[in-house]
Design a protein around this ligand. Structure first.
Ligand SMILES: NC(=O)c1ccc[n+]([C@@H]2O[C@H](COP(=O)([O-])OP(=O)(O)OC[C@H]3O[C@@H](n4cnc5c(N)ncnc54)[C@H](O)[C@@H]3O)[C@@H](O)[C@H]2O)c1
Length: 377
């Protein structure tokens, strides 16, 4: 009998953006077996998709509540162990809450919840459970982001003086200028997305990335957000000033109307002794800058990288690692945690990242609405 982890999927159907990333990532290290799902709220489409990708339909359920109830009737040795929540944002909290209360491990897409208070409630439920909770801030799974984290936290840059994270996309530009489309896109609907579009969808990735690579907490922020039409006031662009310490400041810039930009996430950290710069669209290159020296470029798979970075590299140097590999590394870390095997906590983002992310999103909106004022996190 297979000793793979029995894995269930919520959302992520054939009509989704992110489903394929999770399915490929889960299969990458042969650790998970896709066992059951509610891929889609429409039962026929749900079963049809299961048939299309060749998985048995006996554990394809009409809805989430039925899925949990039926799985709980099964002996533990057959029951799904880990659920991934890949639905639109408004379903993350109710699904994660019930799953943790019933003892299932959870892999959840970001943003973790709709509100900060839901995030705090989920944290309490998690603390009472023995379940693993992982949040898929995918970009932390890249080997060179992991290397950046290790170099900064081991002091290679010295004291951090300046941080700069940018996440520019352009996909909302054609949508926002079309009255019908801006009414029907779920990310622009606060009842499905939460109070923020840009900061909730991508600003939060940049924020988590900064805290991840520096190992520092952002202490206060001042946000200036933007929308283009008064009939949809969800932010689709914004700039946030950051203070991470008395002498550590920086900026987070995020936009979904940066015309024709694709997925331009960049992070730069400048310290007393040097700087590190990384770009999501060229993820295999980590640039190390030092005063008076030529720029050094570090690449995945080389022995000079940290164990955390090397653990996320499958082939010898020169074989590019991409977004699927990054998500695969997060799934690999969760599999170790589920199997109670030793692992570095940096292998997957946690409940703490989710709680801090929700606090960041709400505080950005509050800072902006109150007239661009400093707010403590
Ligand atoms: N980690 C990342 O880099 C990243 C990237 C993209 C999206 N996301 C996150 O992933 C989530 C999904 O985003 P997406 O772009 O794939 O959305 P999407 O709209 O493309 O897909 C959503 C999926 O959920 C299904 N669904 C909707 N209601 C459901 C229900 N009640 N039960 C079961 N399934 C249901 C839909 O049928 C669809 O298959 C969002 O929270 C988003 O923020 C994360």
């Amino acid at each position: 009998m297979s000793n793979k982890i029995r894995w269930g999927v919520l959302g992520g159907g054939g009509d989704s953006l992110i489903g394929v990333l999770h399915r490929v990532a889960s299969s990458m290290f042969d650790a998970y077996q896709l066992t059951g799902a509610v891929f889609n709220p429409d039962f026929e489409a749900n079963k049809g998709f299961a048939e299309e990708i060749g998985i048995p339909t006996n554990r394809i359920y009409p809805d989430f509540d039925t899925m949990v109830a039926e799985e709980l009737k099964l002996p533990e040795s057959e029951r799904i162990q880990v659920f991934s929540i890949l639905t639109p944002n408004f379903l993350h909290f109710p699904m994660a809450k019930k799953l943790l209360e019933c003892g299932f491990h959870v892999i959840c897409e970001k943003p973790m919840t709709m509100t900060y208070s839901e995030a705090l409630e989920l944290q309490q439920i998690h603390q009472k459970s023995k379940a693993i909770f992982a949040l898929t801030h995918t970009y932390t799974g890249y080997p060179m982001v992991r290397q950046m984290k290790k170099m900064i936290t081991e002091g290679v840059l010295g004291a951090v003086q300046k941080v700069d994270v940018q996440y520019y996309q352009g996909w909302i530009n054609p949508i926002i200028h079309d009255k019908e489309q801006r009414k029907t896109t779920w990310r622009l609907d606060p009842s499905k997305s939460g109070i923020s579009c840009c900061m909730g969808d991508i600003g939060v990735h940049g924020y988590q990335m900064l805290e991840y690579v520096t190992g520092m907490d952002v202490q206060s922020i001042l946000a200036d957000l933007n929308h283009l039409y008064d009939d949809n006031q969800m932010d689709i662009d914004g700039t946030v000033l950051l203070r991470l310490g008395k002498y550590t400041k920086g900026v987070l810039r995020a936009s979904q109307i940066a015309t024709a930009e694709e997925n331009c996430l960049t992070v730069a950290v400048y310290g007393r002794k040097g700087a590190l710069k990384w770009e999501q669209e060229n993820p295999n290159y980590l640039h190390h800058l030092e005063d008076g020296q030529p720029i050094k470029t570090l690449k995945p798979g080389n022995a000079y990288n940290s164990n955390l970075s090397l653990d996320g590299t499958k082939l010898p140097p020169g074989h590019p690692e991409g977004i699927f590999d990054a998500m695969g590394n997060i799934y690999k870390g969760v599999a170790k945690a589920v199997r109670n095997q030793p692992h570095d906590p940096a292998e997957f983002p946690s409940m703490r990242d989710g709680v801090r992310g929700m606090h960041f999103i709400e505080t950005c909106v509050a800072s902006h609405k109150e007239g661009n004022v400093w707010k403590t996190l």
